[in-house]
Design a protein around this ligand. Structure first.
Ligand code: ADP
Length: 502
């Protein structure tokens, strides 16, 4: 990094970003920008500067009703689900092309809004978003029922088959850590299946969702297929979840809010997919190359300032190499040091909000009070924004809050272990079960661990490798259902049995 530049100083915003900030707080309903009935707005803050740069609408019940009515009408009259699948696929692909054509602008907005480094937004978030739309679009022409030979009926007397039908109107509620990727993970399968949607992005980070809405019109979606309503979670989000015009809720966010949503959808028996929190272990066996694994373990937690549901936030290292892995971790402190989001050389940014900043620092203090030692970081390197240095806590035990709870910040707790059963016990001693990584050259160890760990995704010699074709979701309190791949699209369908007597 260039030492003459103050890396905590935010760079100048582009004209495109300033235009996005100047947008009137409106909602996107029926392919039009409409003034909300609610006069309330929410501040949009740049976490790198702590300054308010824009305002978005805070939708109320009437606004939510209007958006759901638009999606309902667009679903019920078949303007989208009745379209030939190949035409739907082409429109979704056009949307992916438009996101790609506007990737620089979207990456800048994402970086400013979340606090994440613009280079990572451009080279990680944007390609992942585009790939998700492109991959998922292909399922539009491949979703099908099947002919089934009835088991208890006379042969040839009945024709029986299944149909896959879109479930209806989907309410999609997304978090702030990877705003565009989360939009893609939910909107792409929903519209591919033939559903219409009301998207409510996180109130902290709605800027790219609003720009995304403009691209949807350009791509040629009929009115009402994709609607975007901004607003607070406990109000607008809650109203959407409870709305009788909604058939399915897709949610990514905290386990606490996931439980509230689960209770609400249970009352109305809506379909639901919940992708929730995690406290994912990264487990390092003694046969690895420490020089490779230590930086990889650092990346597993520090990427996106640890604000990743699958972050490798519990690190278990075999006692024989614990000290050398810790030394390797501390050598990454400079690489993962935070800076303002538009600094092109940055690898890490600010945390998304004051709330998140206070929460992460609170956990570090709590860990120290309970006896943990800070091997690295633990501090705020600048007051310009919500910065926290990459932090390693050692001398931890399994009852500490820093070990059991999701911190959602750049904080890893590191433990020693001596044998495989011991570490499986530690790793599974969690209310979460989203992901885990295993680091070893031994195939037997790898497959044994893959079978024994209770988590929705197991990585071997890598971490946070997410592919659009692979199902993604959690065990235990990490969620319900799976996103991505064929399963993700099918989760936006109903399966109908047809039995016709001949
Ligand atoms: P985080 O803790 O990561 O900020 P949340 O789980 O609070 O995440 O929020 C994730 C998403 O859920 C956001 O879009 C937020 O507005 C929304 N949300 C929060 N509370 C509710 C709720 N009670 N009902 C529906 N959506 C909610």
């Amino acid at each position: 990094m260039n030492s003459s530049v103050d890396l905590f100083q935010q760079a100048e915003y582009s004209d495109a970003a300033k235009k996005a900030f100047a947008r009137k707080p409106q909602l996107f309903i029926n392919n039009e920008w409409v003034d909300p009935v609610s006069h309330d707005t929410i501040d949009v803050e740049d976490p790198s500067t702590r300054k308010v740069v824009s305002h978005i609408a805070d939708a109320n019940q009437e606004d939510v009703n209007r958006a759901v009515a638009a999606a309902r009408q667009a679903f019920d009259d078949g303007r989208w689900s009745g379209m030939p699948p190949l035409e739907r696929e082409n429109i979704i692909r056009k949307l992916a092309d438009l996101i790609e054509a506007n990737a620089d602008e979207l990456a800048e907005l994402e970086a400013i809004d979340v606090g994440k480094p613009v280079t990572f937004a451009r080279h990680v978030d944007l390609p992942a978003t585009i790939n998700m739309f492109r991959y998922t679009a292909g399922w539009a022409t491949r979703l099908a029922g099947e002919q089934i030979a009835p088991a208890g009926l006379p042969n040839g007397a009945f024709h029986a088959y299944t149909r896959r039908e879109p479930v209806g109107v989907a309410a999609l509620i997304t978090p702030w850590n990877y705003p565009l990727i989360m939009i893609a993970n939910k909107v792409a399968p929903a519209i591919t299946a033939g559903c219409t949607v009301v998207l409510k992005p996180a109130e902290q980070t709605s800027l790219t969702a609003l720009r995304f809405a403009e691209l949807c019109v350009e791509a040629g979606f009929p009115p009402g297929v994709i609607n975007v309503v901004t607003g607070n979670g406990h109000t607008a989000g809650d109203m959407l979840v409870k709305h009788p015009g909604v058939d399915k809720v897709g949610f990514t966010g905290s386990t606490e809010v996931g439980k509230i949503i689960h209770n609400n959808v249970t009352n109305s028996l809506k379909h639901v997919t919940l992708e929730l929190g995690g406290k994912s272990p990264a487990i390092v066996f003694p046969d690895v190359n420490v020089e490779e694994v230590a930086p990889a373990a650092a990346g597993a937690i520090f990427f996106n300032s640890g604000q990743t549901c699958v972050a490798g936030s519990r690190l278990y290292v075999h006692s024989s190499i614990f000290d050398s892995v810790m030394e390797g971790l501390t050598q990454t402190a400079e690489f993962w040091a935070p800076c303002a989001s538009l600094q092109p050389s940055g690898h890490n940014g600010a945390l998304v909000s004051k709330e998140q900043h206070d929460r992460v620092l609170g956990y570090i203090e709590d860990g120290k009070k309970q006896g943990a030692s800070v091997l690295m970081g633990g501090n705020c390197p600048s007051d310009n924004g919500y910065f926290v240095s990459p932090t390693v806590l050692v001398d931890v035990n399994h009852n500490m809050r820093v070990v059991q709870e999701e911190i959602f910040g750049p904080v890893v707790v590191a433990h020693r272990f001596d044998d495989i059963d011991e570490v499986v016990g530690y790793a599974n001693n969690s209310r979460f079960g989203l992901a885990a990584s295993v680091w070893s050259k031994d195939l037997k160890t790898m497959h044994d661990m893959a079978a024994k760990l209770k988590a929705g995704t197991i990585w071997g010699n890598c971490h946070t490798v997410i592919d659009p074709a692979m199902p993604f979701g959690g065990y235990k309190e990490s969620g319900i259902g799976r996103e991505q791949g064929r399963y993700g699209v099918e989760s936006f369908t109903e399966l109908k049995s047809v039995v016709i007597q001949l």
